[in-house]
Ligand binder design. Sequence first.
Ligand SMILES: [Zn+2]
Length: 344
Amino acid sequence: MDEQDYLMTLLELYGEPDGPGDQWTPAQQAWHQARNQQLGISNAPPSKDALLDFRESYIRNYLLAPILETLDPAERMRIDNVPIAFANLRTLNAETRLAPNGKPVILLNQGVASLVSYWWEMKAALNHIRKKSGPKASESHLLESYSFLLLFYANNGQASYPRSFEGITEEEMHVVLIHSIRTEIFILAHEVQHVLLNHLRPELDQGQNESEEMSRRGRQELDADRFGMLTYLNAWTMTPWFSGSLSTTDLLVPMDYFTLRHLIERNPEIGPSAAVPSGHPSAEVRAKALLAPYFTSNNPIHETIKDELRDWMRYFLSVPNLVEHFTEISRHLHLFETNGEEKP
Ligand SMILES: [Zn+2]
């Protein structure tokens, strides 16, 4: 079994995330249609095969192509042949595995794409709701959105949250799309670095006890983050959306992926523990490790962005524990326990 066959077996095993286009709900159809328009694709993909083709070309053209441009020829050769696909992993982000023939395969959780997009859609909508209905309404919208994000994991990756564009302008929708692509490039760059840094060589595991193994994996995660962020920043400059100079936004947009993880880790009663694979450092450790060099740097350029980074960190740390503070969540949990049917 080569790595391509292995990937197809995994896709069969995990099933199709949203299912083929003809099985989408009206809300899913509307969401995909709007997104495809933004990507310059006229129609939603109709069949399962077309959907797989569409996903593959999306990964190749939008996420992988700019990453490959940043690699030297030898590295590019190693990554270009690695099969990459979206799958319904039911864990938070992405995974690099070895096929039985020893070659790597990269799986991205399809949920991450819609989850990240939903996160930015929700943030764009918050401003409109605040202006129209006041801060209380926007706060409860935020809490409800947090609940939906957590429910995504409680429901084993079924996109049960509403994909509504209410109040969002076309321009904002475009920003949502670009922000999502940035985050996806960072997530893929992290996995690419696991391959390039040889983190998958099983012979390195031998002769180690469990705690050594855990700390080794923890270090590998932080290394993949650090090099992955550098790869992402370089890759971003290769995309058609790059403005001409790197900004703090370019750094902080994919950092918000850790905010999502942080939300899940703070609410283990709702987001199941499977969302945080063992051996992975917490989102807090990872976010702090990524920003630390900017805080300790003597570079005068970094001096000017420290306040912005501190603001981001404050916001990151303010993600609430929903179970402790909000009884509303129990209604959603109840929905989960009854397979989405509300009890009278
Ligand atoms: Zn990793």
